[in-house]
Design a protein around this ligand. Structure first.
Ligand SMILES: [Zn+2]
Length: 98
């Protein structure tokens, strides 16, 4: 697994800190950073969000007054910086037959 996400973030933080001069309480992290649980989590920690907005209906058949807002994050299979295939360990094992 490549370390592009950490490397790129650290470069951006350094550039940004040089630009702003004296500061305190600085914090920076990837937007849409996600923690994954389970046996076989995706290796890239950032997801691409799709924002979803819709009007649902009440039990009586009338439309709800307010829109429901949601988002769905999609994981990435290839590193957008170096192009490395981020296939999960199990999938790679299956392909090599071991
Ligand atoms: Zn990479």
């Amino acid at each position: 697994m490549c370390e592009c996400f950490d490397n790129v973030k650290n470069k951006v933080i350094k550039m940004y800190k040089d630009k702003i001069g004296k500061h305190e309480d600085f914090k920076a992290q990837w937007e849409n950073y996600s923690f994954f649980f389970g046996k076989n989590p995706p290796k890239i920690p950032v997801t691409i969000p799709i924002y979803i907005k819709y009007r649902s209906f009440k039990k009586n058949g009338n439309p709800c007054r307010n829109l429901t807002k949601d988002s769905q994050g999609l994981t990435i299979n290839f590193c957008p910086f170096c192009g490395e295939d981020q296939k999960r360990d199990n999938e790679i094992k299956k392909e090599t037959g071991s």
